[in-house]
Design a protein around this ligand. Sequence first.
Ligand SMILES: C[S@@+](CC[C@H](N)C(=O)[O-])C[C@H]1O[C@@H](n2cnc3c(N)ncnc32)[C@H](O)[C@@H]1O
Length: 406
Amino acid sequence: MPSKSDYRQVVKQAVHNEATFVKATFSGRRRGYEVPWRRATLRPVLLRGKRYLQVSHLDDKQDTTRNYTGRDMERKVDELLDMPFSQIYVATTEGDIQVLISRKGTARVQRAKAEEPRQEPELTHDREKTRLIPEGEPDLLLQALGIQTQDGELRSGKRRKFLQINEFLRLIDETDELAMLEPPLRIIDCGCGSADLTFAIYHYLAHIRGLPAHAVGIDIKAELIEKQNALADELDYDDLQFEVSRIIEYEPEFQPDMVLALHACDTATDEALAQAVRWNARLIFSAPCCHHHLQAQMAEQPVPNVFQPVVRHGILKERVGDLLTDSFRAQILRILGYRADVVEFISPEHTDKNLMIRAVKRSELENYDSVVHQQMLAEYRDMVNFWGVQPYLAQLLPTQLSEAGI
Ligand SMILES: C[S@@+](CC[C@H](N)C(=O)[O-])C[C@H]1O[C@@H](n2cnc3c(N)ncnc32)[C@H](O)[C@@H]1O
């Protein structure tokens, strides 16, 4: 069995090998020890021509990402190796290395050679990444959506839409979850409307990533549904369908891996989140739109003094209501077993509704221990009591929340 220092060397050599290193994950904790993060992920990125190691920490509350280079990078890897993680996984172009470390610090190192030659690591920072649907290349979907000309040029006024589609795909892609799902990937888009994004995710998965997918878009507007089904037929997208339904009444024929709710109005977002939880969807991507429900409750409640200077101004009061609504939504998802974060999502229209709630079902390894879970519940209760409101999502999920301790 390799000694403690052997495995450190093995990991360091693999991570610092610029030619072959792809990704590393530190996770789990040795019995009797605490680690500051549930998981730390390392990958190489290129920023303005220089190689960095990007380190993302996932703790119970958020994901943070920082880039390191030179001595700082070496120190960071040493720092991670000093922490009592119980598993280290390193992917390289030549194969995988898995290290399991016992409570006493002894390690079992397993190597698996790559069955097929793997691509060299893609050293591109997220923001500088080539677009997932490339620019300048003729794309039948972009043409059908009126975004691109036959020659592959963006039509005038369509750049923002093109960027939004790519940003949407990037936000899904960077969860690194797609490849872990059993194909066909099953998707439900709640309140699909004009369905540009429903078509885009289907196209990206089925044609660009080569991952078989089955997607259904639902909306209450029958004329839109008819139009989208006609376009799906025209494009021969056999596994993309559209159905007329209210979100809350929809009964899917399959359990979805991914539920989308993009700019669904007011409580339609809550309906979609509630359905996603009931359907046990692994991934949820929701870009909320207007937030009237909580605003109406706030108008009935005395506002705590500390917030009086804020809510005195109509526009600030409205934004507080928006932020609270989305904070409640993310917190409820956390309480119900999801890793949830809130990130920026650009809209093609000029609007301040530019958030996305992104939630990934936690694995057993990532699950909260009871102390953290109790803290999540306490934070939620404090928010409810402080503002004297009941979020609509909580009203839709009483059983689930009560089972979780609310
Ligand atoms: C602002 S559009 C967004 C469309 C699309 N998801 C996007 O991001 O471009 C909202 C859509 O949600 C639909 N919608 C609103 N409430 C709904 C509900 N309760 N059930 C189903 N669809 C709903 C509307 O008909 C509308 O087409």
